[in-house]
Write a protein that binds this ligand. Structure first.
Ligand code: NAD
Ligand code: IPM
Ligand code: MN
Length: 355
């Protein structure tokens, strides 16, 4: 047993739909993994999401950002999105609001095939699908700059600005190279659409060329986003580290999730190194299966593992990953992976495994 970890303060935001089902299972597992490794956590739950928003108009409270910076080390979030809020305003305020206001510029989305039975790709095995997508997380088309002109008329104009700053592009590209160096990986692929987006993504091209020159030991390549998605499906083994802009990273990470067995298995980390950071599954609130007790909690559980890794608690993180691998290998799976175990049954068995 490892001792001497300082206690970490974790905010829990289950959110909407299956977020409210998978997060309790992730919490169960993280508590067990922490106590099994002599680590200590204190948890505080927040009821932010569609219910609260519809009840009293609260999305992200005005003092939330300051509170997280002052009182918390990490946030574990389920998902935001509810058919009763078609504008998605609360999700924009809470999820995108936290990414932007906490300046969580790295969205790390690993795509690791734990068991070859779960990839839809023919003749591919675990060694073929093991890469990470670094998605720029604070700018691009997500900044919400734009507007309508003559809304609702036949002459309507809608604009949405793609904001790319030199500082923003450089820090995510540099993070990808540093990650490769730290993990002894040899390939970084940057993906953009500079053949069409000749201003914003020209900046990505120029910054990439400058930064790659500082990492001569790493093979740096480029693929346009349309080809990247094709190549991910055709031969995922060519990728170790992918770095791309906010929107393309969103899309590429869902494709990547498809390669490893689906969204139920994919975790993500929204990080600003050294600062309070946010961990969540890649999937959304899945209204089509919410309330049935069948959602796969493994993505959320692995996101808790990424949080422990971020804390430097690698023993606890490894325990969590190993327990998920074991469940998959033994065919103890929920419905999305062809099994019949409930959300809660998966949580219970992984929690037992890590304890
Ligand atoms: P989704 O990820 O919620 O669901 C896509 C498909 O994957 C659905 O068929 C769903 O049943 C399945 N799925 C997702 N997670 C699963 C799990 N853990 N176990 C089993 N199956 C799972 O994406 P969507 O349907 O496009 O979006 C639904 C809502 O979620 C929308 O409001 C959207 O804006 C929101 N959303 C939120 C986040 C987030 O909070 N990070 C991410 C994506 C989508
Ligand atoms: C994700 C989601 C969000 C995004 C939505 C809910 C705004 O799809 O986290 O991948 O696009 O970033
Ligand atoms: Mn997404």
């Amino acid at each position: 047993m490892t001792v001497g970890h300082s206690p970490k303060r974790i905010a829990i935001i289950p959110g909407d739909g299956i977020g409210k089902e998978v997060i309790p299972e992730a919490v169960k597992v993280l508590k067990e993994a922490a106590s099994a490794t002599g680590a200590s956590v204190s948890l505080t739950e927040f009821d932010w999401g569609a219910d609260r928003y519809l009840r009293d108009g609260t999305s992200l409270p005005a003092d939330a950002v300051e509170m997280f910076q002052r009182d918390f080390d990490a946030i574990l979030l389920g998902a935001m999105g509810d058919p009763r809020v078609p504008s998605n305003q609360h999700a924009a305020d809470i999820l995108l609001g936290l990414r932007f206001k906490l300046d969580l510029y790295v969205n790390a989305r690993p795509c690791v095939l734990f068991d070859k039975r779960f990839t839809p790709l023919k003749d591919r095995t675990e060694k073929d699908v093991d890469f990470i997508v670094f998605r720029e997380n604070t700018e691009g088309l997500y900044v919400g700059v734009g507007g309508f002109f003559k809304k609702g008329t036949a002459e309507e104009i809608a604009t949405q600005e793609d904001v790319n700053t030199r500082r923003g592009v450089e820090r995510i590209i540099r993070y990808a190279f540093e990650y490769a160096r730290l993990h002894k990986l040899t390939r970084v692929c940057m993906s953009d659409k500079s053949n069409a987006l000749t201003y914003g993504h020209d900046l990505w091209q120029r910054v990439f060329k400058r930064v790659r020159a500082e990492y001569p030991g790493i093979e740096a390549s480029h693929q346009y986003i349309d080809n990247l998605l094709l190549q991910m499906v055709r031969d995922p083994s060519q990728f170790q580290v992918i770095v791309t802009c906010n929107l393309f990273g969103d899309i590429a990470s869902d494709v990547g999730a498809g390669l490893i067995g689906g969204l139920g298995l994919a975790p993500s980390a929204n990080i600003h190194p050294g600062k309070v950071s946010l961990f969540e599954p890649v999937h959304g609130s899945a209204p089509n299966i919410a309330g049935k007790g069948i959602a796969n909690p493994m993505g959320a559980i692995l996101a808790a593992g990424m949080m422990f890794d971020y804390f430097g608690w690698s023993d606890a993180a490894k325990k969590i990953e190993a327990a998920v691998r074991t469940a998959l290998r033994e065919g103890k799976t929920p419905v999305d992976l062809g099994g019949s175990l409930s959300t809660q049954a998966i949580g219970d068995l992984i929690a037992r495994q890590v304890s």
